[in-house]
Structure formats: structure tokens, C-alpha cells
Design a protein around this ligand. Structure first.
Ligand code: PRP
Ligand code: URA
Length: 366
């Protein structure tokens, strides 16, 4: 395990002791991110950001941050999306911050506790593991909030959940939730929402410099690199999103996956799969307006991977925390884009508040 450690001048001596402790006990490989002296003052945010960024980007597995009280380090590190700093001065809190909150940074105060207790807290924190399950649903909500604030900037080592909080998208979602919205309007709005979501979900597509001759001169411009996109709707409801996306990216190839959710077991049943032959070279967007238990989405992603797909994102309109947690657990490499993260699933596996059965509402089959 790679442990990034940092302190300000006030905790420089404690940092030295903890580094030695980690080495002696073989707890991991230490990467010291400063400060390098206690003879001149240093600003804790500089060190906290360095360690926070290393942990969020995955270049370090865990971080340890020390200052006078540990509070400044914790406030500063928690500004970095993907850094989850727990400020702990007792062993039990440290353990629980791992088991329940999946903290990846430990902060402590050199003026508050002595080195022997700091060593005990560090040992317990490094040994404890995240329990997942209901806790993953809760930490997933924190990640979703971070991505809402800064969808594209997160230096993530695992998939992101990005929520589109654009007013136009939110307005249209409020109309499709309404049980009195007629089929025609529902269908049109699902297409419009899918079209608007393309702007954010394609934000990180790679670009390549090209030479262009304008009527005035030759210049350099940027074009999409490589084979570009494939969109893969999950039948039936994913079909409702296809035309909205093709209006913005008309050259995207379209694959299809047929899955339905067994009403008794809620497990997905596959009945069709046809993907573009060059799927391994494309950026793939799997479309399904509803991410409920996540069974269908996870199965669709697995199918695309079996056929060679590599760069995969999931685009939904309404997601439940259970589905988000399932997809991130099964496919940590896949980003989820959604217009809403709802409260929970009911006993039949329907999203609450949700919008009901998306397939039925799109095709008028109820
Ligand atoms: C809906 C929806 C998803 C799935 C989500 O499809 O479009 O594919 O349920 O549920 P999950 O996350 O719990 O798997 P459904 O099975 O109703 O099929 P349909 O689109 O053909 O109506
Ligand atoms: N599928 C739907 O269409 N709606 C839900 O709420 C859950 C699964």
C-alpha cells in the first residue's frame, strides 16, 4: 500500500515518528509530500491539496495529514473531489471512518494527541476495510454531489456519477415524472433530455488538431479523434433516447441490446444483442432511462465488454442509489450520467419517486 503523508511545521516531528512507524511495521510504502522543515512556517492547505490530489487520482492508496489540531488539514483535503478525510483522535472513530465512510485520508493533531496514540489510531485505520452495502449507497451520494459541482474535473481512479443539474434538463424531467403527461409529450421530452445530456457526457472525448482552409486562410482547428461514438440503447426504453442523441451526433453507430427485467426475480433476461463490428475502437454510450437495481445496466455493460467494448459510459435519466452502487461495484471503469438521483427503490424494484415504467410510458403499453 502506498501511503502519502504530509504535515505542516507544527506536526513535523509527529510526521517523522509516524513515517518511521510505518516503515518499521511494514505497513506500506511512504511518500512524504512535505513540509521538509519545522524551522520555517508552512501553510497546511498546500500540503493537504498535494496529498488529497494524490489519493483522489490513485497515485497513493491512502493519505495521512498532520497539523496542530488536524482540523485545517481535514477541511482543506476535503475540498478535493475524491478525497475523503476523517479527522480522528480515537481508535474507534478511525476504524468506523474506514468501515462506514470509506475515508481515504486520516488527519490528526500533533498538539492534541501524543505519538503513541497517533500510532494506534493509524494502525487501526490502515487495517480496517470499507464494508460497502448500505454504506456504499451513502458514499455514492457524496460522490454524486461532488460530480454535480464539478462533473469533468474529478481526477478519478474509478467511475464517476455525474448528475445533470442544468435547469432545462431539470424542467423537462419534472414534466416526465408527472403521471398525467401524455405519451406523445413523454416521448418528445425523453428525446430532448437525451439530446441535452450529450453535451456533458461527451465532454471528455479526445480531440485531434486538423488543418482547415477557411475562405480567408488556412488554420488549425480541433476535430474528434478516432472512430468516434457508438450508442447502444437497452430495449425497450433506451430506444426512446436514440433520436435525441443522433440529432447532435448524427454519425454515431447504433447497437442494440434486448433485456427485460424478470418481474419476480428482478434479474435481467437477455433476448437480443447486435453491436457495431468496430465496437472496440469506439467511445460507447449505453442508453437506458431507468437505472433501478442496476441489474440490467450491469448486464448490458458486461455484454458490451464481452464483444470488445472498452470505453463505456452509461446514460440514464433517473437513477436509484442502489443501481449506481451496483454499477460502480461491478464496473468501476464506467462513468454514469444521469439527470436525477432519486431516493430509493420500492418493494417491486421501482424507483421512488421515479416516473413509473419508462417502457410503458414511452410506448403507451399500459
Ligand atoms: C426497465 C428499464 C431498465 C430496467 C431497469 O426495463 O428500462 O432496462 O427496467 O431496472 P434494473 O436497474 O432493476 O435492472 P424493463 O425490464 O421494464 O423492460 P422494457 O424496457 O422492455 O419495458
Ligand atoms: N424500470 C422502470 O421502467 N422504472 C422503474 O422505476 C424501475 C425499473
Amino acid at each position: 500500500m502506498k501511503i502519502a503523508i504530509g504535515s505542516d511545521h507544527a506536526a513535523f516531528s509527529l510526521k517523522k515518528i509516524l513515517k518511521e512507524h510505518i516503515r518499521e511495521k511494514g505497513l506500506g510504502e511512504v511518500v512524504d509530500m512535505g513540509t521538509d522543515t519545522d524551522s520555517t512556517p508552512s501553510d497546511y492547505p498546500d500540503i493537504a491539496f498535494r496529498v488529497g490530489e494524490a489519493v483522489a487520482a490513485g497515485t497513493a492508496d491512502r493519505g495521512v495529514l498532520l497539523c496542530g489540531t488536524g482540523v485545517g488539514m481535514s477541511i482543506a483535503a476535503n475540498k478535493i473531489p475524491g478525497a475523503y478525510a476523517a479527522h480522528c483522535h480515537d481508535v474507534e472513530t478511525a476504524k468506523l471512518s474506514r468501515r462506514h465512510n470509506n475515508s481515504n485520508i486520516l488527519t490528526m493533531g500533533a498538539r492534541i494527541i501524543g505519538a503513541p496514540l497517533a500510532e494506534k489510531i493509524l494502525d487501526a485505520w490502515l487495517a480496517a476495510s470499507f464494508e460497502g452495502g448500505r454504506h456504499a449507497i451513502r458514499t455514492g451520494k457524496i460522490e454524486a454531489c461532488e460530480n454535480k459541482i464539478c462533473p469533468a474535473c474529478r481526477p478519478s481512479k474509478h467511475g464517476r456519477t455525474v448528475i445533470f443539474d442544468h435547469p432545462l434538463v431539470q424542467h423537462k424531467v419534472s414534466i416526465i415524472r408527472d403521471k398525467n403527461t401524455p405519451v406523445k409529450t413523454f416521448r418528445e421530452l425523453v428525446q430532448e433530455i437525451a439530446g441535452l445530456m450529450v453535451y456533458e457526457s461527451t465532454r471528455n472525448l479526445p480531440l485531434v488538431k486538423v488543418k482547415v482552409e477557411t475562405p480567408l486562410t488556412e488554420t488549425e482547428a480541433y476535430a474528434l479523434e478516432g472512430k468516434k461514438l457508438a450508442i447502444v440503447p437497452v430495449l425497450r426504453a433506451g430506444l426512446g433516447m436514440v433520436d435525441g442523441i443522433l440529432q447532435i451526433v448524427p454519425n454515431a453507430k447504433v447497437g442494440h441490446i434486448g433485456l427485460y427485467r424478470d418481474p419476480e426475480t428482478l434479474n435481467p433476461v437477455e433476448y437480443y444483442c447486435k453491436l457495431p463490428g468496430d465496437i472496440s475502437e469506439r467511445d460507447i454510450f449505453i442508453l437506458d432511462p431507468m437505472l433501478a437495481t442496476g441489474g440490467s445496466a450491469s448486464a448490458a455493460i458486461s455484454l458490451v465488454k464481452e464483444k470488445g467494448g472498452k470505453k463505456i459510459s452509461l446514460v440514464s435519466i433517473i437513477a436509484a442509489p442502489e443501481g449506481v452502487a451496483r454499477v460502480h461495484e461491478d464496473h468501476p471503469d464506467v462513468d454514469i450520467f444521469t439527470a436525477a438521483l432519486d431516493s430509493h427503490l420500492d418493494k417491486n424494484g421501482y424507483i421512488v419517486p421515479g416516473l413509473g415504467d419508462a417502457g410503458d410510458r414511452l410506448f403507451g403499453t399500459k
